[in-house]
Design a protein around this ligand. Sequence first.
Ligand code: ATP
Ligand code: MG
Length: 257
Amino acid sequence: MSAEYILETQDLTKEFKGFVAVNKVNLRVRRGHIHALIGPNGAGKTTCFNLLTKFIRPTSGRILFNGQDITGESPAHIARRGVIRSFQISAVFPHLTVLENVRVALQRKLGTSFHFWRPERSLHTLDGRARELLHAVDLGEYAGHLAVELSYGRKRALEIATTLAMEPELMLLDEPTQGMGLEDVDRVRQLIKQVSADRTILMVEHNMSVVSSIADTITVLQRGATLAEGPYAEVSRNPAVVEAYMGSADAELVGAH
Ligand SMILES: Nc1ncnc2c1ncn2[C@@H]1O[C@H](COP(=O)(O)OP(=O)(O)OP(=O)(O)O)[C@@H](O)[C@H]1O
Ligand SMILES: [Mg+2]
């Protein structure tokens, strides 16, 4: 257990009625890194995320955050510790403005009572912080637009802004560029790199050009188990990884970048 690692799992395992979806995974996420979790469809990536945020309980194994055992904690506890999973797009309120969406997230972080406490001043403070966050994700000029009017990539940027509002120490992103065109992928890729400056990011990502360009460490899962872990250059040359990706839709792993 070292301060070097913000998150560690020890033999993390999840069985669904005898089917082992996550099999003794020992994940070690280094503080300040962008860590990517990759693997073919059904490898157990989302199940891992669900275990980390306690949406589901592990069958066995332990989860340590900053050296403390959080295996038995509730999702709310874990969020309060600063482990925040990006909201799904559906969680963006479409008929609120971009600014209002971030303000709602800030209010959630502060607790609802804040809203009634010296309302004028608090709203002002929130607006200032909300604008900062929008600026950070390059949405400053969209503050007054309705969320529903944004392009897909900008909605994702807004989702990242609302996640940042929760002040995550460890930010979990499940396929942040899924379903995006090239331009939006690049926008979100740069955005993740930018917001990683003073936090740790664990992301599930299928797009290997994104993974190879921004991830410091990659863990490859296959059928629930860790197949390889290391920097992209090393992992992409690993014969077991190459074989796992052969003939799959993810064959682009080899030689991407
Ligand atoms: N609630 C559940 N009950 C039974 N089996 C499940 C459940 N959740 C996931 N699984 C199974 O566990 C395996 C891992 O699924 P998971 O969604 O974690 O994969 P993934 O790596 O995220 O895949 P993808 O790349 O397709 O998102 C799959 O075989 C899936 O069918
Ligand atoms: Mg998944």
